[in-house]
Design a protein around this ligand. Sequence first.
Ligand SMILES: Nc1nc2c(ncn2[C@@H]2O[C@H](COP(=O)(O)OP(=O)(O)OP(=O)(O)O)[C@@H](O)[C@H]2O)c(=O)[nH]1
Ligand SMILES: [Mg+2]
Length: 327
Amino acid sequence: MDIEDLARRVTAGERRALARAITLIESNRADHRALALQLADRLSGTGNQALRLGLSGTPGVGKSTFIESFGNMLTEQGLRVAVLAVDPSSARSGGSILGDKTRMETLSRNPNAFIRPSPSQSELGGVARRTREVVALCEAAGFDVVLIETVGVGQSETMVAQMSDIFLLLLAPAGGDELQGVKRGIMEIADMILVNKADGALKPVATRTCADYAGALHLLRKRPEDPEGFPKAMTVSAVEGEGLRTAWEEMQTLAAWRRETGHWQARRARQSRHWFEEEVRLGLLARLSGSPEMRARMEALGTRVAEGDLAPAAAAHEMLALLDAAP
Ligand SMILES: Nc1nc2c(ncn2[C@@H]2O[C@H](COP(=O)(O)OP(=O)(O)OP(=O)(O)O)[C@@H](O)[C@H]2O)c(=O)[nH]1
Ligand SMILES: [Mg+2]
């Protein structure tokens, strides 16, 4: 495989080259991995910075519908949009985006949009790691906006926030007590809350819900990376396209402010450091379970720990010492 040529074609914005590069990045084969690293290295510093938007929300809140309307709106403004997903269940389901191309029908046929389902790795850490590399690819390929979708379960939101410049939380209109259902931790990483389905009979409920969340956001500790008025709660209707333009303007305002004040670069720098450490961590884990001998040793030590024969910390120490001995 000619990495130079592939890199050139990716930067030229060739979709097929991009798709091939992504397949390479998602592969677990050791030789592919080496080529993927070469490619990433070759593409780093191409200079293009996309706006990376994270989007999270529980099943049925309208993520796909939102991405369809919002994505089409952006392409109408002449922007190129990539849509990626971090789906921890994708190893089993084959990826939510793929299953739901019907909800993104026009966007998936849009020449200025690129939709890619979640990589099917068995662990969330692996999914997030590959997605992050694909974000960088899309950026090198000249996309203006990269949308990273995740369904709001477990750790996936935090991981998506860690690869986004702006993190959006999509919520449904709900009664007052349901507001408690959104975990504080999620509220704290949200840059904007969008209460969807603000249309028809749901509109008054959505407006009330939005006010409730605006109040809740207000109670959170002020973050240095926010200008006055952020994080912000707004109502939208993905189906009717209502509020999307305003939401986009707010995102741009926030992005511009963060760029001017240096928070944008600081956030990216923090994220890069985080992913570096994550790579090291995952690399160590891989080495610890990479060979049958290592796995057998882990299993044996685990058994001794379970039987009370050895303390967990002592067993871990013994296991880690093997890494020094291993080539
Ligand atoms: N009234 C109304 N319904 C909406 C809106 N957006 C989405 N829906 C409906 O909500 C349902 C779920 O929408 P999806 O876009 O599939 O939601 P999702 O968040 O992608 O769901 P999962 O992929 O299962 O996580 C569909 O029946 C949509 O038509 C909206 O703005 N207003
Ligand atoms: Mg969906």
